[in-house]
Design a protein around this ligand. Structure first.
Ligand SMILES: *Cc1c(COP(=O)(O)O)cnc(C)c1O
Length: 423
């Protein structure tokens, strides 16, 4: 049976341990919510201040050229590309995940309308993140298509001849279950469908190989495992075979082949640059770049493979300790037991009081989050483990706090049972 001393020894032996120093973690805080909002990197405040006071304050509009502001979407896109198996100049940073999803779904839809107009179904997973489903609804409305929502195990069998696009989030936001991207993409292609992957819970957390999987389109989030800060810009990728061929619907001037010629007619840029829309948010991009750099800082010590190995060790330890130290307290593990099927999070359900338990943990400085269930799915206590800054001893201490919250019944206190606007 694992002890706290074993966890300390694992931290001692961890080749990634020093990466934690890249972050400003509040004293005493056990942060298990990097899957929702990554921690502030040490470099960010200074870099943002420099952008504000020097690049903006002093150099003003010259900075579009002299500080390279105009190149930030591509420059940071290339850095993210290294984490997701994309080639150079295949990724740009722009807008939000929701907006990018709209762009790539419409591009995929236009492609299919030309190639196989009889295909009029978009397939996704019923428990996909709501914004993905809402955007898919909007695309289906625009195209006169039908949105078909399946359970994870029904997807492979659901790739019927009328399916035009399969849109999935690689790692499920509620359960942490990870799809086999290469396998499902190949099945979708055999069935004549295109694939759109949302990497919100994958980029910076699990190895992704978009080109290796032969995926068609992908989007992802900057403020989760990429540590870009609240509302950080998102990214978008299109396979080179599609990127330059179909226009996305938000034909803004920065996706134009020559924005500074100010011509009245839209001609899209070659390649992925056409997925840009309007003026990039420079200050947010500067913060995002600092966040992406924290993940790239793992490259000399094994990169994404090493981060994944630690992430698997952390989530496996958490599950083991919940089983052994919290036995009989009403908890059960919702995430897959098999680490190969799991992203970097572990989700629990409890027989009662899930929201209040999370609140009681937050009061003890153990930060996870709560996701409400519905008729089909239970309420969930969600714990994300970012291998860049999460230690093995943090896992031990968090489970001890969870055990105390449950054993003492302190979660029943009224202050933990009042709902906040953001859960
Ligand atoms: C976090 C997340 C989003 C966020 O979308 P925004 O446009 O940034 O609000 C979208 N999809 C998934 C699957 C997510 O996990």
């Amino acid at each position: 049976m694992t002890t706290r001393e074993d966890c300390l020894a694992q931290d001692q032996a961890d080749p990634l341990a020093s990466l934690r120093e890249l972050f400003d973690l509040p004293e005493g805080c056990l942060y298990l919510d990097g899957n929702s909002l990554g921690v502030l990197p040490r470099a960010t405040a200074r870099r943002v201040q420099q952008v504000v006071t020097e690049e903006w304050g002093r150099d003003l509009i010259k900075s579009w050229n002299t500080a390279g502001w105009i190149d930030l979407p591509q420059r940071i896109g290339n850095k993210i590309g290294r984490l997701i198996g994309a080639g150079d100049n295949e990724v740009v940073v722009a807008d939000s995940t929701s907006v990018n999803l709209y762009k790539v779904l419409m591009a995929a839809a236009r492609l299919q309308r030309e190639r196989s107009p009889q295909r009029r179904v978009l397939v996704s997973e019923r428990s996909n993140f709501p914004t993905d489903l809402y955007i898919a609804q909007s695309v289906c409305e625009a195209m006169g298509w039908e949105l078909q929502l399946l359970e994870a195990h029904e997807i492979e069998g659901g790739l019927a001849p009328e399916v035009a696009v399969l849109m999935l989030t690689h790692v499920n936001y509620r359960t942490g279950r990870m799809h086999d991207m290469a396998h499902l993409t190949s099945r979708a292609h055999e069935a004549g469908a295109l694939t759109v992957w949302d990497l919100a819970h994958s980029a910076g957390a699990v190895p992704v190989d978009l080109l290796g999987a032969d995926a068609d389109f992908a989007v992802g989030c900057g403020y989760k495992y990429l540590n870009g800060g609240p509302g950080a810009p998102a990214f978008v990728w299109a396979h080179p075979r599609h990127a330059g061929r179909f226009s996305q619907p938000l034909s803004g001037w920065l996706g134009h082949v020559a924005p500074f010629e100010f011509t009245p007619h839209y001609t899209p840029a070659a390649g992925i640059a056409r997925y840009l829309c309007g003026t990039p948010p420079v200050i947010s991009l500067a913060a995002l770049e600092c966040g992406v750099d924290t993940v790239l800082a793992a490259e000399p010590v094994g990169g994404m493979a090493a981060l994944r190995a630690k992430s698997v060790a952390l989530t496996t330890l958490f599950a083991e300790l919940v089983d052994t130290r919290c036995a009989g307290l009403g908890l059960s593990i919702v995430s897959p037991r098999d680490a190969a099927l799991r992203g970097s999070q572990v989700c629990l359900t409890c027989t009662e009081g899930s929201y209040a338990i999370v609140q009681a943990l937050i009061a003890r400085q153990v930060i996870g989050d709560f996701r409400a269930g519905d008729a089909r799915t239970p309420d969930i206590l969600r714990f994300g483990f970012t291998p860049l800054y999460c230690r093995f001893v943090d896992v031990w201490d968090a489970v001890e706090q969870l055990r105390e919250v449950l054993q003492s019944g302190e979660w029943r206190r009224p202050e933990f049972n009042r709902r906040h606007a953001v859960t």
